[in-house]
Each structure stands twice: as C-alpha cells, then as structure tokens.
Design a protein around this ligand. Structure first.
Ligand code: ATP
Ligand code: MG
Length: 182
C-alpha cells in the first residue's frame, strides 16, 4: 500500500491548494531551509491523525492554518491523502482510499472534521481503517527527526518492544494478557 497523492489546502506554509503526486518508489523532497519540506510530513501526520499538534510543531491545531501577511487569512486547512488500495490493505472494496481531515475555525472555537472516501466520519473510524493496514500512532510508519537517535539510545528490551509493535505481535500480547486476566 502506498500513498498516491497528498493534497494540501491552506496547510501551514501552503497558502493555496497544492497537489503532490507520489510514485511507488523512493522519493526525496528537497528545497532550501524553511521552504516547507517538513510541513509536508506534518500534513501526513495531521490527515492520518498520527500525532499531537506539538509533534506537528504547532501549539494548537489552528496554528496549522496558513497565515499570510495580507491580514486576510483562511478559516480552515485541509489535507487529503490518497492511498493505492489495489491490494486491499484497507479492507474496503475500493482501489483508492481517500483519507481527509479539515480543521475549521469558528468564532473562538475550532473543530476537526474527518472524511473517509469523501464521507464524514469520526477519528476512531479513521484509526480503525488505518490500523487494519498497519498504520498506527504507536507505529513507525513515520520516522520523525530524533527518533533514530532515541532508538539507538534505548535499552535492548525497549528496542524489542518496537520490533514487536511493528511486527504486529504486541497487539496479540496485549489481547493474551487481557484474556488471561478474565
Ligand atoms: P528545513 O530545511 O530547515 O528543515 P523545511 O523545508 O523543513 O526546512 P518547514 O519546517 O517545513 O521547512 O517550513 C517552515 C516554514 O513554514 C517557516 O517559514 C514557517 O514560517 C512556515 N509556516 C509554519 N506554519 C505556518 C502557517 N500557519 N502559515 C504560514 N507559514 C507557516
Ligand atoms: Mg525540515
């Protein structure tokens, strides 16, 4: 399963709609400092609900909305991620799976809206769909800056937990523990 396309609308430094097509291959994003490379990764974390706003380098979610210098700022940001689902990594009968999230500012509040294949849904539903494909907040689908150093400095036991998590064994260990307690 791979990402075919990321669409950003008013997300962080992307002040208008930007569509990033991705091939099923090794991809590198290059550009000068501050040009928005990490913001593309933040967009993935945001759309797939894989991290807190702090990990996306924002104090709060509304900080993810584009702020220009002309004073007329948009009141929402949206990121849509299209996955190639031809191998049915997500168990729905569609060749493309589209996951989208919008953060919208209203008076003094803000809210997140989630979509699965264009239909509004809850964050839990997004998590459920993604975890079927092995994409989880605890997983290492996205390796962030500093993660590698952290992993190197772990004890062998802590490292083993990560391997268990990635291999999908941890989930069963947890279920087994619960079953034995019953
Ligand atoms: P580096 O090579 O230094 O890692 P980078 O290409 O990863 O740089 P990013 O961190 O993705 O750069 O982008 C940082 C830029 O995004 C900064 O210039 C910052 O002002 C801008 N930015 C962040 N949030 C917003 C926002 N809400 N509105 C407008 N610009 C924003
Ligand atoms: Mg960066």
């Amino acid at each position: 399963m791979h990402i075919k396309e990321i669409e950003l609308v008013n997300f962080k430094s992307f002040g208008r709609r930007a569509v990033i097509p991705l091939r099923n291959d090794f991809i590198a994003v290059t550009g000068p400092n501050g040009s928005g490379k990490s913001n593309v990764v933040d967009a993935l974390l945001f759309a797939l609900s894989l991290s807190s706003s702090r990990a996306m380098r924002a104090e709060r979610l509304p900080d993810l909305i584009y702020r220009g210098d002309n004073g007329k700022n948009p009141d929402f940001a949206q990121v849509t991620v299209k996955f190639d689902n031809s191998e049915r990594g997500v168990p729905v009968d569609e060749d493309v799976v589209e996951i989208s999230r919008k953060v919208r500012l209203t008076k003094n509040k803000y809210q997140s809206i989630y979509y699965f294949n264009g239909n509004p849904c809850t964050q839990t539903e997004i998590h459920d769909h993604l975890s079927r494909a092995g994409i989880t907040p605890e997983g290492y689908n996205v390796v962030m800056q500093g993660d590698v150093t952290r992993i190197i400095e772990m004890t062998p036991l802590e490292r083993r937990r990560i391997v268990d998590e990635i291999a999908g064994v941890a989930e069963f260990d947890e279920k087994k523990k619960k079953a034995l307690e019953e």
